[in-house]
Ligand binder design. Structure first.
Ligand SMILES: C[S@@+](CC[C@H](N)C(=O)[O-])C[C@H]1O[C@@H](n2cnc3c(N)ncnc32)[C@H](O)[C@@H]1O
Length: 308
């Protein structure tokens, strides 16, 4: 097995927003290799408790080894964080803080066989959770040209979604598309002009978001977090692409409104109660030092809010 490493992003800034003290209960919704969790466990001391989710079995097992000295304080959950509320109830766990550090961990990109990277040739997989039966290969080889174009446009923000979808459908008539390099080559052939990034970047992002239902599960977990957090508890999210960050920003904004009545209603009838106080007017991003030491941190945006 290759050496697995992942540098936790915006670590100090995240800890500040989580506002942890000794003896508190924390949920790490995206354990990864346990970098943020290890720092959280130090802050909450020997009587604090951590519930840690990862839908990727490999990362979860690796983090278990790394966090062995804290094992009595941790409930490991091999599940999607979309089931957070259910798991919280099942384990009778009331969190004072919740962290979501979304997206990929470094091993996902480093290991060709996971199929996330167009720079390394591997099977077209892209699943975080290997129990799921939707792979990128299935999408690329069986979805209609229109559906492919829609996925690439909406989740990849790719202007050339139609020619790319057309090229995919043409190519698969010859033989199934089974590898990341094969797909990257087809996309490059359908992309004109020069750009700073590889022409397959946005299509790969789109397929990954679709395969893992990333936006759907994020919406669910934000709603659940509100319901399970203790009053005064903190919700902290690190996102890595604009679709996620926009969703978090809007969600936070919706929770701080005084009224959600339709405009034509002059006197408020909704009795809506604010549920959050936003701690980050603007997202926190890595400073130059962090961005150069850890290039994967460059797109990170950190937002936090307090449950009222
Ligand atoms: C950016 S990494 C987290 C890295 C971690 N903070 C650390 O310091 O090592 C994201 C992790 O969350 C997992 N993940 C992504 N989406 C998830 C979801 N919906 N439910 C559970 N785990 C998820 C991924 O498998 C990955 O291991």
């Amino acid at each position: 097995m290759p050496d697995l490493t992942h540098i936790p992003v915006l670590l100090n800034e995240t800890l500040d927003l989580l506002n942890l003290t000794a003896n508190t209960n924390v949920i790490d919704g995206t354990l990864g290799l346990g970098g943020h969790s290890a720092a959280i466990l130090e802050k909450i001391g020997p009587t604090g408790q951590l519930m840690a989710f990862d839908q990727d079995e490999r990362n979860l097992q690796e983090a278990k080894k790394r966090l062995k000295k804290y094992e009595n304080q941790i409930t490991f959950v091999h599940d999607n964080f979309e089931n957070l509320e259910e798991q919280v109830k099942k384990n009778n766990f009331q969190p004072d803080a919740i962290l979501l550090d979304l997206g990929l961990s470094s091993p996902h990109i480093e290991e060709a066989e996971r199929g996330f990277s167009f720079q390394k040739d591997g099977p077209l997989d892209m699943r975080f959770d290997q129990r799921s039966n939707v792979t990128a290969e299935k999408v690329v080889n069986s979805y209609s040209e229109k559906d492919l174009a829609d996925i690439i446009f909406h989740y990849g923000d790719e202007r050339r979604s139609r020619p790319i979808a057309k090229a995919i459908v043409e190519a698969r008539k010859e033989s199934p598309i089974t590898s990341t390099a094969q797909l990257a080559h087809i996309i490059a052939g359908a992309s004109k002009g020069k750009s700073k990034t590889h022409p397959a970047t946005q299509t790969f992002q789109a397929l990954r978001i679709y395969v893992n239902r990333e936006l759907e599960v994020l919406e669910k977990v934000l709603e659940s977090a509100l319901r399970v957090l203790k009053k005064g508890g903190r919700l902290v999210v690190i996102s890595y692409h604009s679709l996620e960050d926009r969703m978090v920003k809007r969600f936070f904004k919706d929770q701080v409104k005084n009224c959600i009545c339709p405009q034509e209603i002059l006197i408020c009838q909704c009795n809506f109660e604010k549920t959050l106080y936003i701690l980050t007017r603007k997202p926190i991003i890595p400073n130059r030092l962090e961005a150069s030491a850890n290039p994967r941190s460059r797109s990170a945006k950190l937002r936090g809010a307090e449950r009222l």
